[in-house]
Design a protein around this ligand. Structure first.
Ligand code: FAD
Ligand code: NAI
Length: 483
């Protein structure tokens, strides 16, 4: 007889492993299928998916190392600390990153043991349905499940005619394991990966050129933030970002990569030693056997789901990057929890309107809710409060005053509609705005909350006061000047 489970999760990334843990907590016998995409040094399958193995966690480790290198070389001096001969040992930086990945992926295996979740290593594939139970084949064995949660994630989108070898031409996998700092790095796509990984190698000394197809920089980000980011990245940090390009040819030769592209009427050539392709990600359903059970995909290849992540099939659910919506680890995890709770007959909660975004450049960029351009397009009447970190004592003490907090609130109800931060620690500051928006708070609610002094969070407080034209530590005129 086939092994029987209440819940089988296919995919062990943030969506899948969290769904499995929550299902087990709720008392279901649970298994998680994870293919051999990622393996530890002993060849054993690793949990954690893209996020832990080749995404969020390794990229943030490299961002931290490279930021410290940058600070040691350029920012310590303002504190009176002199440094000479600061060097980066790339192998040590990579080993540290790998250790963090190993620690966290191993930790999930520990969590699985604790929750008595069965790990089924191998590629999972739907093979059919019998007696109201789904059959999933894994490594030649078929298991039966009352519920299946598909969490097979995404993979990097590649461009036709540009072969990725993950040594010279890399997607996120190769770009996180360079063995040396390239002298000249080319990046195609000025999105989240292009900016984060471009920043890493720029800080370590590479000449970085980023080629972006769209004419606008960070088109989906609030335009005030995008404008500030453009200024800092290009003018202060020296990232060469070309907008509105059309890549026409990429050739690899012994001396490196040649990228030919059109910019307006001109044909230009970029010579580089390595090239990162970061032009978005696509949902991963290859080999999943969707055709065996008629699991419906939408026109872009995502698994179609309702607001509770139900697919077109009874008791088959899908979460994370494989379903429409932002491709973010925390969004995947929230959906995983919601589905497990729905399976248990609970209501399940996930609010797509309060999913925060963070770009971990320096300064960091973080936001939640609507941008000013969205509000304009939707004809919503709003008020704005924008306060620069230059007016914040903690930021001055830290020697890092770039950026601002911008709050957008409904003109009629004062309910917060969006908050946009560019600056040091924006990733942490945005949480206050997420909590506020989740509870339908108004800018006045934030204005009445006591914020510790001196902290960067006081800038959020001041921004909420500025919505009502009453900032305490900045004249309204100066607040307006930052826009
Ligand atoms: P995945 O993490 O992709 O996991 C899917 C898993 O399913 C994989 O382990 C795969 O091997 C397995 N699988 C697929 N098909 C099968 C099958 N048929 N059988 C068995 N197993 C299967 N997000 C953030 O929120 N913050 C960040 O800072 C961030 N940084 C990122 C940096 C980079 C460089 C990249 C590439 C992504 C980053 N992301 C970040 C996005 C984040 O990694 C994804 O949104 C998240 O991993 C999606 O989780 P998931 O569980 O849906 O899918
Ligand atoms: P992205 O969607 O953020 O950016 C891709 C960029 O490439 C876009 O600006 C797009 O216009 C451009 N582009 C597309 N085709 C092009 C072409 N032919 N030539 C030139 N430019 C082209 O995708 P990215 O950076 O690959 O990241 C994928 C996803 O991974 C992100 O959307 C995000 O969901 C997730 N991620 C999240 C991070 C975070 O939360 N901090 C960090 C990294 C990735």
């Amino acid at each position: 007889m086939n092994k029987q489970f209440d819940v089988v999760v296919i995919g062990g990334g943030p969506g899948g492993y969290v769904a499995a843990i929550r299902a087990a907590q709720l008392g279901w016998s649970t298994a998680c299928v994870e293919s051999e995409s990622y393996a530890d040094p002993r060849g054993e399958v690793r949990l954690g998916g893209t996020c832990l193995n080749v995404g969020c966690i390794p990229s943030k480790a490299l961002l931290q190392s490279s930021e410290l290198f940058e600070q040691a070389g350029h920012s310590f001096v303002m504190h009176g600390i002199s440094t000479t001969g600061v060097k980066m040992d790339v192998a040590t930086m990579m080993q540290r990153k790998d250790n963090i990945v190993g620690q966290l992926t191993g930790g999930i295996k520990g969590l699985f043991k604790k929750h008595k979740i069965t790990l089924l290593p191998g590629h999972g594939r739907f093979v059919g349905r019998e007696d109201d139970r789904w059959q999933v084949e894994v490594a030649g064995e078929t298991v039966d499940a009352t519920h299946v949660i598909v969490a097979t994630g995404s993979r990097a989108r590649h461009l036709p005619g540009i072969p990725v070898d993950n040594t010279i031409i890399c997607d996120n996998v190769g770009a996180l394991q360079f063995d040396s700092v390239p002298k000249r790095l080319g990046v195609i796509g000025a999105g989240v990966i292009g900016l984060e990984l471009g920043s890493v190698w720029k800080r370590l000394g590479a000449e970085v050129t980023i080629l972006e197809a769209l004419p606008d920089f960070l088109a989906s980000v609030d335009q005030a933030v995008a404008k500030e980011a453009w200024k800092v990245f290009t003018k202060k940090q020296g990232l060469d970002i070309q907008l509105g390009v059309n890549i026409t040819k990429v050739e690899v030769a012994r001396e490196g990569v040649t990228v030919e592209y059109e910019l307006g009427d001109e044909i230009r050539i970029l010579q580089c030693d390595r090239l990162i392709i970061s032009v978005g990600r696509v949902p991963h359903t290859e080999g999943l056997g969707v055709e065996n059970v008629d699991l419906a995909l939408d026109s872009r290849g995502y698994i179609g789901v309702d607001h509770n992540c139900r697919t077109n099939l009874p008791n088959v659910w899908a979460v994370g990057d494989v379903v429409p919506g932002p491709m973010l680890a925390h969004k995947s995890m929230e959906e995983g929890v919601m589905v497990a709770e729905c399976i248990a007959g609970q209501k399940g909660h996930f609010n797509p309107d309060t999913v925060p975004w963070v770009i971990y450049t320096h300064p960091e960029i973080a936001w939640v809710g609507k941008t000013e351009q969205q509000l304009k397009n939707e004809g919503i009447d709003y008020r704005t409060g924008q306060i620069p970190f230059a007016a914040n004592g903690r930021a001055l003490g830290q020697g890092d005053t770039t950026g601002f907090v911008k709050m957008l609130a409904c003109a009629k109800t004062d309910r917060i509609l969006g908050v946009h931060v560019i600056g040091n620690n924006a990733s942490e500051l945005i949480s206050e705005a997420v909590v506020a928006m989740e509870f339908n708070a108004s800018s006045e609610d934030i204005a009445r909350i006591c914020h510790a002094h001196p902290t960067l969070s006081e800038t959020m407080h001041e921004a909420s006061l500025a919505v009502d034209k009453r900032p305490l530590h900045l004249t309204l005129m100066a607040a307006r000047d930052t826009r």
